[in-house]
Design a protein around this ligand. Structure first.
Ligand SMILES: Cc1cc2nc3c(=O)[nH]c(=O)nc-3n(C[C@H](O)[C@H](O)[C@H](O)COP(=O)(O)OP(=O)(O)OC[C@H]3O[C@@H](n4cnc5c(N)ncnc54)[C@H](O)[C@@H]3O)c2cc1C
Length: 320
């Protein structure tokens, strides 16, 4: 499958990719296919599949504390392989630092290389539920930049234990960025220096956290350029279609909701109107991003894809 950096470079039209999460444990992959079927007519250039770190939960049962392994959304790599073979579209598994040591990461990279997945999105991961700070595994990575460095090393044939005449991998690496800064970061400038470090370690392109604020996005892109970040920046987009989502987003993703979007959703008299107003706002925002010169948009579907489909339909028109 083509490398994302080449897709971005060679693409002549407005570029569109999507991000999905694996099904909940015990649920069918068909629900993922249904969401993708909704969006395939708009020709997504690639599909990212998120990774969800397992964690331990401690519960008391009959006066005994039991450790329970929770892993709600397993299957990232399997979902990538299944989508790639069913739809013949490139998939990008997210690989995270959390929960893995670097030896386990190397083995996962070798698996991906063997099954022909050579696009990777490298992120650190968040602290597990109930813990305030991100805690790396023993011999794991503390920051995404270290994960990027490990993948770049493998691309040069440098394994953790030196191997004679070792083959190199050829991964194209994407990393995350935050137009309104990462929540742990002291300020945007410091966060951008850390982003530059990921690029210097080998990241080929950037996908941003969702934002709804064109000025914040313009400021972020300009500042990234000023410190020498020259790889493509793709805007993450979350089509917001209800007041409930608007209320959840600042808490879950640490981003601001502009007054224009709040007013537009609040002015709706019905659920249907709320949905339509959200899509209308997003259509305008995406237009502003593309006018500003970003190569394309990456849509977080987080569900069945109906809002994403409505947004695509209003952006690219009657293909369905
Ligand atoms: C597009 C996108 C997709 C995502 N997909 C997933 C997913 O699939 N699974 C998942 O669990 N999470 C995912 N996340 C969430 C991500 O894991 C969290 O936002 C996490 O808190 C930070 O990840 P990062 O890769 O940006 O971390 P990093 O780049 O490591 O940065 C984390 C923080 O540390 C700071 N920092 C970086 N380097 C240093 C240093 N050397 N010294 C001091 N501070 C430093 C940064 O400024 C930042 O504040 C995604 C986020 C985005 C935007």
């Amino acid at each position: 499958m083509a490398k994302i950096k080449d897709i971005i470079k060679e693409n002549q039209k407005t570029f569109f990719s999507i991000e999905i999460t694996p099904p909940d444990r015990g649920k069918s992959i068909q629900e993922i296919y249904d969401a993708i079927d909704n969006l395939m007519p708009y020709d997504p250039q690639f599909i990212n599949v998120t990774y969800h770190q397992p964690f331990a939960e401690f519960v008391e049962e009959n006066n005994v504390i039991k450790r329970i392994h929770r892993s709600k959304k397993p299957g990232t790599i399997g979902v990538c392989a299944a989508i790639q073979s069913k739809y013949n579209v490139g998939t990008v598994p997210h690989i995270i630092c959390g929960g893995f040591n670097k030896y386990e990461i190397e083995d996962a990279l070798i698996d991906l290389h063997y099954i022909g997945i050579d696009n990777i999105f490298a992120v650190r991961g968040d602290p597990v539920p109930g813990v305030r700070k991100f805690i790396p595994e023993t011999e794991g990575h503390s920051y995404a930049s270290e994960l990027v460095a490990q993948i770049s090393d493998l691309n040069r044939g440098k394994y953790l234990d030196t191997q004679e005449n070792a083959l190199n991998t050829d991964f194209c690496i994407g990393v995350a960025a935050y137009p309104e800064k990462h929540y742990e970061s002291l300020n945007l400038e410091r966060d951008l220096q850390n982003l530059k470090n990921k690029v210097d370690k080998g990241a080929d392109y950037i996908i941003t956290q969702m934002s709804f604020d064109i000025e914040a996005m313009k400021n972020f892109v300009a500042k990234a350029g000023e410190i020498g970040i020259t790889v493509p920046i793709i805007a993450g987009i979350k089509p917001v279609t209800s007041m409930a989502q608007i209320e959840m987003i600042p808490r879950a993703f640490n981003v601001n909701i502009p007054m224009e979007l709040i007013n537009s959703i609040e002015s709706a008299k019905t659920r249907k109107e709320e949905f339509a107003n959200g899509i209308k706002f997003m259509e305008k925002y995406v237009g502003q991003l593309l006018d500003f010169g970003l190569p394309g948009i990456h849509v977080f579907t987080m569900g069945k894809g109906a809002p994403a489909k409505a947004l695509m339909s209003s952006l690219f028109g009657g293909k369905i």
